[in-house]
Design a protein around this ligand. Structure first.
Ligand code: GTP
Ligand code: MG
Length: 201
């Protein structure tokens, strides 16, 4: 699939105010600074579509993007950012968890993991939370350009060895680089397949 058309629809902090159009929707979630917004821009071939920053905590709201006028990509705030107040964290948790629990249009989440890092408790907790609430998700390893190509498989194996301690079945995974474009076809192809299967049913 090629993204021929991508437009920003709206930002908000309440799931009830999200678009009413009932289009299939895919959401990007993960630690602050993992590269959620950058990956959206890479998939859409548009540098400034989603706002990015080298400083964590850039995305603060639920952001909807309409893709090819047929489905939504959603950019969410990151978690695990130490420099926000406790009150802010609670507000964030509430509207992000509300989004996952109440947004009927959400087909699948993409949980982004920086390929350079060891499994972090905050991510493992989030996997667990998604699993407990039966929210389908895939893992997207980001920033693959930052490690030697030969070490990619080793990093993934290392990550999945940790996940296997808690999970019987492992989710699908993708390896991406927002700066080099890796993983674009695979991710968009995966979304396309799901969108096609929804249409058929
Ligand atoms: P929050 O909105 O704060 O939660 O962050 P985010 O997950 O949206 O991250 P964002 O896309 O803003 O990227 C954070 C930083 O990582 C920016 O400086 C990006 O340029 C950089 N970055 C993101 N993806 C990649 C990548 O694939 N490769 C490299 N080298 N840098 C990346
Ligand atoms: Mg962001």
């Amino acid at each position: 699939m090629n993204v021929a058309h991508a437009e920003f629809v709206m930002s908000n902090a309440e799931v009830a105010k999200c678009p009413k159009s009932h289009l299939p929707e895919y959401a990007f979630i993960g630690r602050s600074n993992v590269g959620k917004s950058s990956l959206i821009n890479m998939l859409c071939n548009r540098k400034g579509l989603a706002k990015t920053s080298s400083r964590p905590g850039k995305t603060q709201l639920i952001n909807h993007f309409l893709i090819n006028k047929k489905w939504h990509l959603v950019d969410l705030p990151g978690y695990g950012y130490a420099r926000v107040s406790k009150t802010q964290k609670k507000v964030f948790q509430k509207f992000v968890t509300d989004y996952f629990l109440k947004r009927n249009e959400l087909i699948s989440a993409f949980l982004l993991i920086d390929i350079r890092h060891e499994p972090q408790p905050v991510d493992l907790d989030f996997f667990k939370w998604l699993g407990e609430h039966q929210i389908p998700f895939s893992i997207v390893f980001t920033k693959a350009d930052k490690i030697k190509p030969g070490t990619i498989e080793k990093r993934i194996k290392n990550y999945f060895d940790e996940l296997k301690k808690d999970w019987e079945e492992l989710p699908p995974h993708f390896v991406t680089s927002a700066s080099k474009g890796n993983g674009k076809e695979e991710l968009l192809g995966y979304i396309q397949e799901i969108n096609d299967s929804i249409k058929e049913n």
